[in-house]
Design a protein around this ligand. Structure first.
Ligand code: GLU
Length: 316
């Protein structure tokens, strides 16, 4: 399996892509927590089709920063599944586990600007502070950080790094709520300060947070169009905010419908979604295409992909 080593190769690709003006670059960025399931194939297929329909590049990035959740062999399994489905990347696969230096640089930039601060709170500290404020986190949603360490660690050792959301908004005079257009979901908005609070950039266990890594890498790979599952839609405002803070361009976003399991909840590796049965790749592709509102095609996977590219309805 190929992989990009070091920043030289990334800089070269960046330079090469930049030289071509207005090139669409899309990506599929799975976390290797298990093989692809029916839900993740929808996101992979949609991002591939959108890139092909707009004569763009399509890249794959393995988001293996959350090492405790990574399953050995899952990344290779995902790449093999994509290959079986005919979804082939146009460049080398980027592995987030090799990108610490880039995330370090980004965090340093934020610290220098006064926009990131160390946090010494444990989960219990945060819950206690919220309870004291009379706040109870909504079901399924992460608690809003009450800002305990924003003005100093109060003698506690530093554990994590957080973004000072309000300071970024104030210094850069960003509008509140933050608004963006999703090519599938329509106009969206979120008040990051109020709804999310100062989110984590580097975790207490020393691992890089998804929000920072995804923003740094979308820019490093010159991604112009993010197409991914709707479960990730509510991360978008945080990512747009970070792009502003890091002086990076904001790609356009499209969030695809989710595949629901029998219990009505989002199909995910966490709730035991089955790995795709790729004994019949055409059947798996047709199922994913159906979720995207595309017609069923009974030929070969290759011809099916061609037909869906030709009928892909979404403008750029
Ligand atoms: N790695 C994330 C996941 O597998 C997706 C990240 C993204 O597409 O922004 O859920």
């Amino acid at each position: 399996m190929y992989s990009l080593q070091g920043s030289k190769a990334i800089e070269f690709i960046h330079y090469f892509l930049k030289k071509r003006t207005n090139v669409y670059t899309g990506r599929f960025a799975p976390s290797p927590t298990g093989p692809l399931h029916a839900g993740s194939l929808v996101a992979a297929l949609a991002s591939w089709l959108d890139a092909r329909a707009h004569q763009g590049h399509w890249l794959v990035r393995i988001e293996d920063v959350d090492t405790p959740r990574c399953v050995p062999g899952a990344a290779q399994a995902i790449l093999a599944q994509l290959h079986t489905c005919g979804l082939l990347p146009d460049g080398l696969v980027l592995w987030q586990s090799q990108r610490s230096h880039a995330y370090d640089n980004a965090l340093n930039h934020l610290v220098q600007a006064g926009w990131a601060y160390p946090c010494g709170c444990s989960r219990k500290d945060i819950e206690d502070a919220q309870a004291a404020l009379g706040q109870r986190p909504a079901r399924h949603s992460a608690a809003v950080y009450p800002g305990t360490c924003r003005d100093g660690l109060h003698g506690k050792p530093a554990r994590a790094w957080r973004l000072n959301v309000q300071r970024v908004i104030d210094d850069l005079q960003l509008s509140v709520p933050l608004t963006w257009h999703d090519r599938w979901l329509g106009d969206q908005c979120q008040d990051v300060s109020q709804d999310v609070g100062d989110f984590v950039l580097k975790r207490a266990d020393g691992l890089w947070a998804y929000q920072l890594a995804v923003v740094v890498d979308d820019a490093a790979q010159s991604v112009t169009h993010v197409v991914r599952g709707a479960d990730l839609a509510d991360n978008t405002a945080r990512q747009v905010l970070l792009q502003h803070a890091l002086g990076l361009p904001t790609p356009s976003y499209l969030h695809t419908p989710l595949v629901l399991g029998d219990n009505g909840e989002k199909l995910s590796k966490q709730n035991g979604a089955q790995a795709l049965d790729l004994g019949d790749p055409l059947a798996a592709l047709n199922e994913a295409a159906g979720v995207l509102g595309l017609p069923q095609v009974r030929t070969t996977p290759k011809q099916a992909l061609q037909q869906w590219v030709a009928s892909w309805p979404l403008p750029r």
